[in-house]
Design a binder for this molecule. Structure first.
Ligand code: SAM
Length: 198
């Protein structure tokens, strides 16, 4: 479904500029040398991190999206280690200073605990996870994301899963988002930045 969506779009579906959460919170990179961008799509976020000097690894299941990520990196004059991989196929034993999970709400609630567990595994002790997505109210806006309240995040849900880490930021807010055709219009957002103990 994702491959068809990207191939059919014929352009950068989520734009070429990074998600606002990265530009609005540059401090999340402090002290980081390596980053993993999970389900990174067309590379807008991984290229931004590489432009800030990080050594960036990224994966997505879509061949077309990863091709666009490589093209965006070449245009920007940066190098990315890109991989075509499913979430399930990724080697989660590799650890990074920063793990960026931006709009990865494609898993159903029953699969989400395992998805969050893999994200936790990929952060080195002392490193950070940045998780950015939509809240249930987003379904009423209908301006991006799956049409399923159950797949969205609430502050309580994120506290339940990451409350044992140091929470640098947990913010729920509404904002006009213009990130390609895929995310366009008023949006109900949520950010978590959490630091793994150790
Ligand atoms: C909403 S897009 C977000 C892309 C990117 N993170 C961004 O912010 O531009 C969700 C991405 O998840 C990828 N995806 C969906 N299911 C996946 C899976 N099981 N394994 C890996 N990637 C997946 C899709 O190909 C798509 O690129």
């Amino acid at each position: 479904m994702w491959e068809d969506r990207y191939a059919g779009a014929g352009e950068y579906l989520f734009g070429r500029a990074p998600a606002g959460v990265l530009t609005e919170n540059p401090w999340v990179l402090d002290g980081a040398r390596t980053a993993l961008c999970v389900a990174d799509g067309e590379g807008r976020n991984s290229v931004h991190l590489a432009r800030q000097g990080l050594d960036v690894t990224a994966f997505d299941l879509s061949l077309t999206a990863v091709g666009r990520a490589n093209a965006l990196a070449a245009e920007a004059g940066v190098t990315l280690a890109t991989h075509i991989s499913t979430w399930e196929g990724w080697d989660w034993s590799r650890q990074f200073d920063l793990v960026a999970a931006i709009f990865v709400q494609f898993m159903t609630p029953d699969a989400r605990p395992a998805q969050f567990a893999t994200l936790r595994d990929a952060v080195r002790p002392g490193g950070r996870l940045l998780l950015h997505g939509y809240r249930p109210e987003q379904v009423d806006y209908g301006t991006g994301g799956p049409p399923s309240r159950a797949q969205m995040y609430t502050p309580d849900l994120l506290r339940d899963h990451f409350g044992d880490w140091h929470i640098d930021r947990l913010a729920a807010y509404d904002r006009e988002v213009q990130e390609g055709r895929g995310h366009s219009g008023p949006s109900a957002l949520i950010d978590l930045v959490a630091r793994r103990p150790g």
